[in-house]
Design a binder for this molecule. Sequence first.
Ligand code: DAH
Length: 345
Amino acid sequence: MEETLRELEQRALQELKECRNPTQLEAWRLRFLGKKGELTAVLRGMARIPENERPRIGQLANEVRDALEAARTSRQQALRREERDRRLAAETLDVTVPGWRIPVGAVHPLTRIIREIEEIFLGMGFEVREGPEVELDYYNFEALNIPKDHPARDMQDTFYITEEILMRTHTSPMQARTLEMTYPSVPVKIIVPGRVYRRDEDDATHSHSFVQVEGLMVDRGVRMSDLKGVLTVFAKGMFGEDRQIRLRPSYFPFTEPSAEVDVSCPLCDGAGCRLCKGTGWIEILGAGMVHPYVLEKAGYDADEVSGFAFGLGVERTAMLKYGIDDIRHFYMNDLHFLRQFRRAL
Ligand code: DAH
């Protein structure tokens, strides 16, 4: 009996080594340790051995069972470890492989310029306002001292919707609207970024739709030197501390006197180059002292208050700042172009 048990133990341990997976291990357990297994079968034979031998054999049988159970447990753990190592090896992750590039959008260059302009003027105490793109003839022209038969209407070929309703040709109507709304208070200090429309043929420098920023400051005692000071701060903030501006006489119906404002060429620093056509200066905006007619249309007394106004082309500013040579780039939505502006948000 004893020998049978020892032989059983040896054989079981031998076969356990050959179990390669949980299924085989379970089959092994049933075969040696199960209720219908070999060990149980041996123990049934206890009845046939002398009574005084039974405790010893019983104890031996228990030792064999315990040994087989323990061997099974450690074999099971070894198999699990092997299985886990196999899985880990198969799943190896190379952290040096480059990751996916997640496409990130960017702020459009025009939006970026508008935000920069806003920052500069907010810093000088101006408020940002917006106005309607579909505008009344009254605000676009009449209130700005451009009556129906005025030749200045030819300067701005207009998309009309009805006789009296049109697509605004400039942001200047917001001068009239703001003054009308603010009357009788002063000061008025606003800038108005916005899209405008003109019946122009599209080419490298013209577009039927573009963006302007209007500026208006009205208060007691505002003078032309204030205009020059504010625009100098703007030009330096936008194009660099070394920039200077100059005012040339011009004509706009809603300002008197009127000026065209040039900035010293950022490319050649005033020496003369292709960009500034050899003059050393580049025109960036129209401006002037608000015409008394405009102030009085809104109710203000032009003897009491005065103001300046200016109108700036945003595409032109962006083209100058970024060295872009064709206005159509802003509207073609070519990603190669737009991605160059990706870093700024
Ligand atoms: N509104 C003018 C235009 O679009 C630009 C302009 C000139 C605006 C002089 C002004 C100004 O406010 O004072 O051509």
